[in-house]
Write a protein that binds this ligand. Structure first.
Ligand SMILES: [Zn+2]
Length: 282
């Protein structure tokens, strides 16, 4: 979702910058020859013949109108940034300060023509404004990319092909002690050797054998999120490995405190077990 948006934003910025450059070149082409008392040259030949018929002040007025149109477009770009910020759930200072562009129009009061210097000044201001807009959109892009990385870090991919025992998470009778105990994961009954995949991208915290979990892989997904894959017959990753969502990390077994071949899958946030069903795609 984020990528096409980001690309089109870049295109908008590039288009605007090109537009500004074109206007500045046009301004230079028109103003320079006049201040040098109509000197004929290559530059002057670039001036459209329609503009050539106007007097100097009319040239400037025409450019000022174009400048006004560009300013209006920049404002619309602001509105677009605001909407994207909202979609991305990002609040930056600029967003908070942003106010809808004021409505313009009404009867024209004694308007006065801009001078050459004022026009140049306005163009410089607009260039600076565009620089700051570009910077803001870059920040927005970074945030969106970061979000899409985080989406990759949500453990929503089924760790094995096959169904899970949906009553396995929560309070149940422990098959070993016969007492009620809180089962902190979801059990997937599968044959020994069935591939186990990482439910999300992350870094392997450990891949080891413990008395209860048997052969277990723990993956850190950032932001306090962790997944665990227990009772494996074979571990295929080691601590420190970076894994992608869906990467083969181990094979189903019945090691540790297990009554039969199955995968015991846990999702933990800051160490506390979460119901994996809330994350897994249906
Ligand atoms: Zn279990």
């Amino acid at each position: 979702m984020a990528k096409p948006k980001v690309l089109s934003l870049r295109q908008v910025i590039i288009a605007l910058v090109l537009l500004i450059v074109a206007i500045v070149m046009l301004t230079v082409a028109i103003i320079l020859p006049q201040s040098k008392h109509k000197h004929q040259g290559v530059v002057q030949s670039l001036i459209p013949s329609a503009l050539n018929l106007l007097n100097p002040q009319e040239h400037i007025d025409a450019l000022a109108i174009q400048l006004g149109e560009i300013q209006a477009r920049v404002m619309r770009l602001d509105a677009l940034s605001d909407r994207l910020s909202t979609v991305a759930g990002i609040k930056d200072k600029e967003t908070e300060q942003a106010v809808p562009p004021p409505g313009q129009g009404g009867p024209e009061k004694d308007g006065y023509g801009l001078t050459e210097e004022e026009l140049q000044q306005k163009i410089s201001e607009l260039m600076l404004e565009l620089d700051s807009k570009s910077e803001r959109l870059n920040k927005l892009e970074t945030a969106l990319v970061h979000q899409s990385m985080q989406r990759n870090a949500i453990p929503n991919m089924h760790p094995v092909d096959g169904a899970y025992n949906s009553s396995s998470y929560g309070w149940r009778v422990d098959p070993f002690s016969g007492k009620m105990a809180f089962h902190e994961g979801l059990d997937f009954t599968s044959d020994i050797g069935t591939p186990i995949y990482a439910a999300a991208g992350g870094i392997v915290i450990s891949a080891e054998q413990t008395p209860d979990y048997g052969k277990i892989v723990k993956i850190d997904h950032g932001a306090g999120l962790e997944t665990r894959y227990a009772h494996a017959s074979q571990l295929l990753v080691k601590a420190g490995d970076r894994v992608e969502k869906g990467q083969l990390i181990a094979k189903v077994g019945s090691t540790g405190r297990s009554t039969g071949a199955h995968l015991h899958f846990e999702v933990r946030l800051n160490g506390a077990p979460l119901d994996p069903r809330k994350y897994l795609k249906s």
